[in-house]
Design a protein around this ligand. Structure first.
Ligand code: PMP
Length: 391
């Protein structure tokens, strides 16, 4: 039976990690895999999480099953950060824990499919796993251009897509820090998107994987909140893996917003059943640590300070890149206006290979770079390499 299987191509970014590890040039630069790095190139455990983990070891007296919805203390503690002061919007929002943001995206799309969504719209490029999940579920989907060539969001494309869709069709939007482009909608553009969604009845599915890494926790939730204030129903997929540095612990949440409590309860019971069939229950440890951080004001402050440091470091790298302006054939100025870990450089795959071969600089074949791979020590080398390879 197994001989009928066709080989699948390995994950390109994971292959890049291996190539980078095998390179013995001391000044090599890894701009591939999407994790935050300090200016010393490390991806440390947050101090707030370390402390919460210590408390967890001391206080946890059982590892008995929790249920498909996971740690509801975690799910609820997160809600004010995502949804604001009226965290359930008058009882219209319910959530559950998922294995990472990936589990949340998977559950959102599977539940939309179960609810009869006939077509999903998504800006491209997007996080590659979006397309893989969509393909795995067998969803019909349509792509539109997320960005203009000058590094701004293509607002006309998203608005005409939403207006042309309507009830029964969905749109997948990135809440903030768009992966891979770093190009987010402005507040004015989110307001237009919210109006178009409300008028057309197109169903919003908002993927928020980087809250706090763009402009701040509140600022990065503004687009999502603008949409939720206008539409009757929506799904939100959330990841804590970047903003709490928990990557491998797989910490995420899925939220449903519905018009009334009966619909909300029924939708939630369907999400529960889908989760039960897919993974039964999410892993506990990371979510429990986040719950402890969010329930202790000192740890919450420590976490927010750590998040501020990360964001400010990435902003400083982006500012420095933007100052370089036109570099070879690449204009780095737009990177200063973009947000989060990623941006895409307009370079060919040959140029990406040349960056690797001649300069030991590792970036995805698409031209995506993780700006957190740059430091004030290696950024000049990077800018000089771009100038040489594309000049
Ligand atoms: N959505 C987007 C847009 C992402 O970039 C990522 C992480 N790369 C995820 C979801 C999933 O994150 P997690 O690691 O929590 O599964």
């Amino acid at each position: 039976m197994l001989e009928t299987l066709a080989p699948q191509s390995p994950d390109a970014l994971l292959a890049l990690i291996k190539l980078h590890a095998a390179d013995d040039r001391p000044d090599k630069i890894d701009l591939g895999v999407g994790v935050y790095r300090t200016d010393r190139g490390a991806t440390p455990v947050f101090a707030a999480i370390k402390e919460a983990e210590r408390q967890l070891v001391e206080s946890q007296d059982s590892k008995s099953y929790l249920g498909p919805e996971g740690d509801m203390g975690f799910v609820n503690a997160l809600m004010p950060y995502i949804f604001g002061e009226d965290a359930t919007m008058g009882g219209r929002i319910a959530g559950m824990q998922t294995p990472g943001g990936t589990g949340a995206v998977r559950l959102a799309l599977a539940l939309a499919q179960q609810a009869g969504m006939t077509r999903l719209h998504m800006g491209t490029p997007s996080w590659p796993n979006h397309a893989q999940i969509i393909g795995d579920l067998g969803l019909d989907w349509n792509g539109f251009d997320h960005a203009n060539s000058d590094g701004t969001a293509n607002i006309d494309a998203v608005l005409s897509t939403i207006r042309g869709a309507g009830p029964g069709e969905g749109i997948l939007l990135h809440g903030c820090c768009h992966n891979p482009t770093g190009i987010d909608y402005s507040d004015e553009e989110w307001a237009q998107i919210a109006d178009a969604l409300a008028e057309s009845g197109t169903f919003p599915i908002i993927d928020t994987a980087y809250q706090g890494l763009g402009h701040g926790l509140e600022e990065d939730a503004a687009g999502l909140r603008a949409v939720l204030a206008k539409v009757p129903e929506a799904f939100i997929a959330y990841s804590c893996d970047k903003n709490f540095g928990l990557y491998r612990d797989r910490v995420g949440a899925f939220y449903i917003m519905a018009e009334g409590s009966d619909t909300l309860d029924t939708a939630f019971s369907n999400a529960n059943a889908l989760a039960r069939a897919a993974w039964s229950m999410p892993p506990d440890h990371g979510a429990a640590a986040v719950r402890l951080v969010l329930r202790d004001s000192k740890l919450t402050q420590l976490w927010q300070d750590e998040l501020d440091t990360m964001r400010e470091r990435m902003r400083a790298v982006r500012t420095r890149l933007a100052e370089a302006g036109m570099t070879g054939s690449v204009d780095l100025a737009p990177l200063g206006r973009q947000n989060g870990l990623f941006s895409v450089l307009p370079v060919s795959s040959e140029q990406v290979q040349q960056m690797r071969k001649d300069h030991g600089i590792y970036m995805a074949g698409s031209g995506r770079i993780n700006v957190a791979g740059l430091t004030m020590d290696n950024i000049d080398k990077f800018i000089a390499a771009i100038a040489e390879v594309t000049g």
